[in-house]
Ligand binder design. Structure first.
Ligand SMILES: NC(=O)c1ccc[n+]([C@@H]2O[C@H](COP(=O)([O-])OP(=O)(O)OC[C@H]3O[C@@H](n4cnc5c(N)ncnc54)[C@H](O)[C@@H]3O)[C@@H](O)[C@H]2O)c1
Length: 279
């Protein structure tokens, strides 16, 4: 396991860095002296945020493997190596699972899951090759622990997958005593533009069931604790300094996870009663 407490002089790449959580992480990295590349599909916000926080902005579509590969090549051309990768770009449109079109499924999987896979594929060899302490952080969600969120079943599908991918990767890296640590970030509610995710959907889908509800009109959601993205940046950097592989932002939401685990425990209990635990 590698812990990184001093990021100054390190090279970091943050996907989805033009907004929200990615921007918050990038901002804190720059403030602590890292060389930061933000990668995002939205060119206007990307250029503006890069200038504002002192990062390099490279337009990238994480759903496109060639675009992420080109990002990796540009980062190496410019900085020589990479130490920190944040696979953070993501979308959260809403639809009932029964109503979704296959194009809806493809888009959300392409961005939220394949985007992360493309990042791992293009960058993991680069993180390993210099042998210096390195970190790969994939953004999942509390929706990666618990799927019970109305309208966000497809989102939870992708975030469970990112959780599984990252846990497997963290174990694989640990077993090989790698210089790279993998971690999954599971934020709770954070102020961002995620409620406007459909803005980044390519215009090629003829039919879609995705909608984007105005979360400011949802009293239950509004009552939750909302973090500023830079606070998430602080939480993430503190976790890197401790070498953690699970990063959460809302400790008060643990009962939700415990309730889910208890339901599974109960199923095992019933199976033990029925089958006496025999295989
Ligand atoms: N905000 C929250 O409450 C919350 C909670 C849990 C998890 N998350 C996760 O955090 C991550 C960041 O989301 P956010 O809340 O900051 O949202 P956001 O919309 O503010 O930022 C997401 C960024 O990703 C970019 N993006 C979207 N599609 C892309 C693509 N194909 N290629 C490259 N960039 C792309 C967007 O342009 C945007 O800049 C997401 O993975 C999201 O699922 C957010």
């Amino acid at each position: 396991m590698t812990a990184i407490s001093d990021v100054s002089g390190l090279v970091a790449v943050v996907t989805g860095g033009a907004s929200g959580i990615g921007r918050g992480i990038a901002q804190r990295l720059v403030e602590r002296g890292a060389h930061v590349v933000i990668a995002d599909i939205e060119k206007g916000p990307l250029d503006a945020v890069a200038e504002e926080i002192g990062a390099v902005g490279l337009r990238t579509d994480v759903s496109d493997a060639a675009s992420v590969q080109a990002l990796a090549e540009q980062v190496v051309d410019r900085f020589g190596k990479v130490h920190l990768l944040f696979n953070n770009a993501g979308v959260a449109p809403e639809a009932g699972l029964a109503e979704m079109t296959l194009a809806d499924w493809r888009w959300i999987l392409d961005v939220n899951l394949h985007g992360v896979i493309h990042g791992v594929h293009a960058f993991l060899p680069l993180l390993k090759e210099h042998g210096e302490p390195a970190y790969l952080v994939n953004t999942s969600s509390m929706g990666g622990f618990v799927a019970d969120m109305p309208g966000l079943g497809a989102y939870a599908t992708t975030k469970f997958a990112v959780m599984g991918l990252t846990e497997a990767l963290a174990q694989e890296l640990r077993r090989e005593d790698s210089n790279v640590t993998a971690a999954v970030l599971a934020p709770g509610t954070v102020r961002s533009n995620i409620a406007r995710s459909l803005r980044t959907r390519p215009a090629d889908a003829d039919t879609s069931s995705f909608v984007q509800n105005d979360i400011s009109q949802n009293a239950e959601l509004a009552a939750l604790r909302w973090l500023d993205p830079a606070e998430v940046g602080d939480i993430v950097l503190a976790a890197l300094a401790r070498g953690e592989s699970h990063i959460v932002t809302h400790p008060e939401w643990y009962p939700m996870v415990a309730e889910h685990s208890a339901a599974i425990e109960a199923a095992f209990g019933r199976a033990a009663g029925t089958h006496k635990g025999e295989l």
